[in-house]
Design a protein around this ligand. Structure first.
Ligand code: HPA
Length: 247
């Protein structure tokens, strides 16, 4: 498929930069365009999912929301990679921590993304697929986080289809979160596995950069001020990394 406009993006190839930042929330995309990019212009507005293209320190960068969940991320990343010539997608989102030693506002680079979704079934593989970040993007972002002196962790995310789970009556150790945590999974969110699988199938590159908004076991949550600073740190990391990516 390479006809445009697509059902979800009313733009033409060339309207998007080779590198696209994807927050979950359309309002965040607009905030990034208005506050971090130079000369940002609107390139998509289907369903209120506004996409913008501008520059960051001279490098063309686009920003557009993924929406929430694997189906939504699957749609937008598929169209960007296959129709609009996008090479690199950096997810910039939030996640809930599941390990001791991870604090709210810390940054997690998703080396891999486990999932409870059936998204991978479309590929008809004779086994389970391990969705991975692009290693070059992962090391670039880790190096950039070190330079910026931002606290970060690298490891497995869980991309879950379920925000509200029926776990009534389950002992704490039997909950899904406790089981994933036993396997060393760092944090839960809802999109990265779809992004990594779509990138793998398209032969393109992706990385999820998430800030910790809450902790599932300690109950620690971010204040709105912490959310804003955490968000700014994550955006700086994503944009500084985007500016260094070789296309
Ligand atoms: N679950 C799913 N996604 C999230 C969470 C969570 O607890 N926190 C931030 N994003």
């Amino acid at each position: 498929m390479n006809a445009y406009p697509t059902p979800h993006i009313n733009a033409a190839p060339g309207d998007f930069a080779p590198v696209v930042l994807m927050p979950g929330d359309p309002k965040r995309a607009r905030f990034i365009a208005e506050n971090f990019l130079t000369g940002a212009r609107l390139v998509n507005d289907v369903r209120g999912v506004q996409g913008y293209t501008g520059t960051y320190k001279g490098t063309p960068v686009s920003v557009m929301a993924s929406g929430m969940g694997m189906p939504s991320m699957g749609i937008y990343s598929y169209e960007l990679y296959h129709v609009f010539g996008v090479e690199v997608i950096l997810r910039v989102g939030s996640c809930g921590a599941m390990q001791d030693g991870i604090r709210v506002r810390d940054i997690i680079l998703g080396q891999g993304a486990c999932t409870d979704s059936r998204f991978a079934s479309q590929f008809r593989l004779p086994g389970d697929f391990a969705p991975l970040a692009d290693f070059g993007l992962l090391t670039l972002a880790a190096r950039t986080a070190e330079e910026l002196k931002l606290p970060f962790h690298v490891g497995n995310l869980l991309s879950s289809d379920l925000f509200y789970k029926d776990e009534e009556g389950l002992a704490p150790a039997d909950t899904a979160a406790a089981r994933w945590a036993k396997m060393g999974v760092l944090a839960v969110e809802m999109e990265s596995a779809a992004l990594y699988m779509t990138a793998a199938r398209a032969g393109k590159r992706a990385l999820a950069i998430c800030t910790v908004s809450d902790h599932l076991f300690t109950g620690e949550e971010t204040t709105s001020e912490q959310r804003q600073t955490g968000f700014t740190d994550m955006m700086t990391l994503a944009l500084e990394s985007a500016a260094k990516v070789k296309i």
